[in-house]
Write a protein that binds this ligand. Structure first.
Ligand code: MN
Length: 254
């Protein structure tokens, strides 16, 4: 049986994690290592300045008082050290992880951590609304996992999957969309008359773009976006090359 490491950023008690765990048990041994509380938007944070606790809840179920990245590290380098996972599955997140938002996402960062440890990894996120069903997402998520386990691929490339709210019209392989940054900051007063702030408010809106993840889910398709951690903008390297001549002597004199 393949070994499936399951984690998330919504915490061990989230319904999305439970539903995908049940579906994945049909295709492999599922080892859950998840944060003990919600860590949404934890991004790729790694806890280095305090001790981490690992607590076993069930035979194949552990909680960590840290981030999704901490969970993947502790799972792969400690708990599963002798028998590494064949795939890391992160999710199913309650809410989308699309376009420009991917760098905030703890769900996606857990998959990137899997990639850094050379394990094929996927992130699953569900748009929520009327007629939304974690069960439907979990069924497809498990089928996709099965497919990927049968076809080894480059572990450096993670797959970011977003499920549309309503019944699936099909699958689209997509690129990241661009978010419209309009929400701003919500300012309120607390009961003692001091100001406090919430980042964002309304649901984000997106620039229309053909072939984007946002377009796919809006049209009812499951979106699959291949992502990698190399943030280098390769086209700019040649354009910036003159800086070496221009600023080199300045650097030498510094
Ligand atoms: Mn989340």
């Amino acid at each position: 049986m393949p070994r499936i490491l399951l984690t998330n950023d919504d915490g061990i008690y989230s319904e999305g994690l439970r539903k995908i765990a049940d579906a994945l048990r049909d295709i492999g041994d599922v080892i859950i290592v998840a944060p003990d509380r919600e860590q949404s938007a934890a991004s790729h944070a790694l806890t280095l300045n305090r001790p981490l606790r690992l607590l076993q809840l069930e035979e194949n179920e552990w909680i960590v008082d840290g981030t999704p990245t901490d969970c993947v590290n502790l799972a792969v380098l400690k708990l599963m050290k002798e028998h590494r996972p064949d795939i890391v599955v992160s999710g199913i997140n309650f809410g989308p992880n699309l376009g420009d938002d991917v760098t905030y996402s703890g769900t996606i960062s857990a998959a990137f951590e899997g990639a850094l440890l050379n394990i094929p990894s996927i992130a699953l996120s569900a748009l929520v609304g009327e007629h939304f069903s974690f069960a439907r997402c979990a069924e497809f998520g498990a089928r996709l996992t099965r497919y990927l386990l049968d076809r080894p691929r480059d572990p450096q490339i993670i797959l970011n999957i977003n499920f549309p709210v309503s019944e699936f019209q099909g699958v689209k392989v997509t690129r990241l969309g661009k978010r419209v940054y309009s929400e701003g900051i919500v300012e309120r007063l607390d009961p003692r008359g001091r100001k406090y702030y919430w980042i964002g408010g309304d649901a984000p809106t997106w620039h229309p773009g053909e072939g984007t993840d946002f377009e796919a889910v809006q049209n009812g398709y499951v979106s699959i976006t291949p992502l990698h951690l190399d943030l280098t903008h390769h086209d700019s390297i040649a354009r910036l090359k003159p800086l070496e001549e221009l600023l080199g002597p300045v650097a030498k004199r510094s």
